[in-house]
Design a binder for this molecule. Sequence first.
Ligand SMILES: Nc1ncnc2c1ncn2[C@@H]1O[C@H](COP(=O)(O)OP(=O)(O)OP(=O)(O)O)[C@@H](O)[C@H]1O
Length: 206
Amino acid sequence: MTVSIVNLTTFRNEKLVLNNINFSLSAGESLCIHGPNGVGKSTLLRILAGFRKPDSGNVLWNSRNIFEHHETYENYLQTIAWLGHSNALKPIMTVRENLQLYSKFYKTNLHDCLKKFNLYHLIDTPVRLLSAGQKRRTALARILLKPATIWLLDEPTVGLDRENMINLAEIFASFQKNGGMILVSTHTDLPLINTKSLNLSLPSLH
Ligand SMILES: Nc1ncnc2c1ncn2[C@@H]1O[C@H](COP(=O)(O)OP(=O)(O)OP(=O)(O)O)[C@@H](O)[C@H]1O
C-alpha cells in the first residue's frame, strides 16, 4: 500500500500555494508536514482527503490517480479518516451521542475507544461542557472508530496536555505497527515512529 503525491501544484485565490510537491508513503510510515502559517499544510491535507483537486499533479493511491477513476476515488475515501482544524462536534449532544453514529455505522467498540482516549468518565457529558483538550480528544476518538488505513490529521494535538500527548503517541504507534499511515500537519514535534518530514516554505518576497 502506498499513497504518493507527484509534482503537485496548487493555487488559491490565484496565489501559488503548493509548488511541485512530491512524496511517497508506505504502510506503517507517517509524514509530518511542517511550515509557517499560510504555507499550505491544510490545503495539502484537504487535497489528500479528496476535498479539492490540485491544479496540476496527482494524488496516487496504490499507483492509481484518485481523481481520475471514480472507483479508485470511492475506494480511497473508504480508507481515509479525517480530522480537520475544527472538531466538528455537536455541542448540545453528549460524547456518546456524538460518537455512536460512527461506532454503529462501522460496528466498532465505542467504550474501548473512549477508554483509550481517557474519555470514558465523560461519556454522558454534553460536549459544550468539555474543556478544549477534552473536545479535541473526542474528535480524535472519532478517527479510531472508522476502520481506516490512512489518518489525515490537521494539528491534532492542539490543547492536549503532556499525559494525553504520550497516550496519543501510543495510539499512533499501535496504528502504524498494524500497517496504518499517518499524514499530519503540526507546529510542534510529534512523537511519531517511522516518520518522514515535509517542510513547506513561503515563497521569497524578492
Ligand atoms: N478558503 C480559502 N480561499 C482562498 N484562499 C485560502 C482559503 N483558505 C486558505 N487560503 C489561503 O491558502 C494559503 C494556505 O492556507 P492553509 O490554510 O493551507 O495554510 P496552513 O499552512 O495550513 O496555515 P496554518 O499554519 O495557519 O494552519 C494561505 O495563503 C491562505 O490565505
